[in-house]
Design a protein around this ligand. Structure first.
Ligand SMILES: [Zn+2]
Length: 98
């Protein structure tokens, strides 16, 4: 299960996907471990499922995966969204939407 790592891009802080890139992932856990292995600088990964957004392909609820970066060295209140993904557990695909 190797995902063709085209353009190991200089991307934002090492986020391993390009905006609007869609790719297959075997499971949410596998996807999260890919993100963790990417060692995105000063990042925290948050997962939230929301009932409001559904995958247009299969109308299952999407899971949002947020990559947050802490700005500077202060308390975590000042944070930035480095990347946002939507993962569909039905289709097992993820899309980077931000
Ligand atoms: Zn789907």
């Amino acid at each position: 299960m190797v995902h063709p790592a085209r353009v190991k891009s200089k991307g934002l802080n090492g986020v391993p996907h390009l905006p609007f890139q869609e790719f297959a992932v075997p499971s949410l856990e596998a996807f999260l471990s890919v993100l963790k292995k990417a060692k995105i600088r000063d990042s925290e990964i948050e997962v939230s499922s929301s009932v409001e957004s559904q995958h247009t392909m299969c109308s299952r609820p999407l899971i949002h995966v947020l990559v947050m970066t802490a700005k500077g060295s202060g308390p975590a209140e000042y944070r930035d969204l480095a990347a946002l993904y939507q993962y569909c557990p039905g289709c097992r695909t993820a899309v980077r939407i931000l």
